[in-house]
Design a protein around this ligand. Structure first.
Ligand SMILES: [Zn+2]
Length: 274
């Protein structure tokens, strides 16, 4: 059998590849990458069939029926498809092999010492701290202009609020800068000073930009879907991020880099109202 290359996959790929398949082998490298003993991790997953995958903010939810996997991959974490079974190691911290015809399906969740692959009883995952405190997903019905207007009534900067996972789930630094540029709102603006039109623009830009980024599979360095680590093409679409000193694509003014909400921030001083 020709050896498969090791490739990065994203959540949709995990679903397409593994949903409906039974777990043949499962292992973690170290006890600290999961909330159960390594032996229990194996016992609880082997023989289970992956029913569905989902995403809550930056968390991947893997539904195996009577056990639910909560995977949090931080920035450098990835899901890789390995050519064959390999015992977990420092790099491939959790490895799952699924049954199937033809080529082996082995998925590795990398660098989990910064994140984790926890197991929960169905329903219990809602009590996971990173899930129970999450704001609405930008594509959910709960993420409305009304909702955003009420979230923005707080005395805080608009950028800080958009980065706050309890306000909106899953927005990273890059996307917040791109959203605010698209909406014509300066990142230093106090959220409570935003007009209704500006809030509407931010709401629409959030969905437009994320939809586009997902189509292009995110950026390589900090994506909405950074959990899935895709080598995205969206980085070539960035209008302001990493473009300090370059002309604004709308007006030609130089893009400025500054620090807002503790994060490197890119904006156009002419197009974005402060
Ligand atoms: Zn401009």
């Amino acid at each position: 059998m020709p050896e498969l290359p090791e490739v990065t996959v994203i959540s949709e790929d995990v679903a397409a590849l593994a949903v409906g398949r039974e777990v043949l082998r499962a292992a973690v490298f170290r006890p600290d990458v999961t909330n159960v003993d390594p032996e229990e991790f194996t016992e609880r997953l082997v023989g289970k069939t992956l029913r569905s995958t989902g995403r809550r903010g930056k968390i991947i939810v893997l539904d195996f029926g009577d056990v639910v996997g909560i995977v949090h991959l931080v920035i450098s974490g990835r899901v890789l498809r390995l050519p064959e079974w390999r015992e977990p190691d420092r790099m491939n911290t959790a490895v799952l092999e699924f049954e199937g015809e033809g080529e082996p399906l082995v998925l590795a969740f990398t660098r989990l010492w910064l994140g984790y692959f926890d197991l929960y009883e169905p329903g219990e995952e809602e009590r996971h701290p990173l899930i129970s405190h999450l704001g609405p997903d930008p594509f959910s019905e709960d993420f409305t202009v009304e909702y955003l207007a009420s979230a923005f009534s707080r005395k805080a900067g608009v950028k800080a609020l958009l980065l706050d996972q309890s306000v909106v789930a899953g927005l990273g630094n890059i996307y917040v800068d791109e959203i605010l540029f698209s909406a014509g709102v300066h990142p230093t603006r106090k959220a409570s000073t935003l007009t209704r039109d500006e809030i509407q623009n931010i709401h629409a830009a959030t969905r437009d930009i994320l939809r586009h980024a997902i189509e292009l599979r995110g950026t390589t360095f900090d994506s909405y879907h950074d959990a899935f680590g895709e080598t995205g093409k969206y980085q070539h679409q960035l209008k302001v991020f990493t473009r300090a000193g370059e002309p604004c694509p709308q007006c030609g003014t130089k893009i400025i880099k500054s620090r807002v909400a503790g994060r490197g921030t890119h904006s156009c001083p002419a197009c974005q109202f402060s």
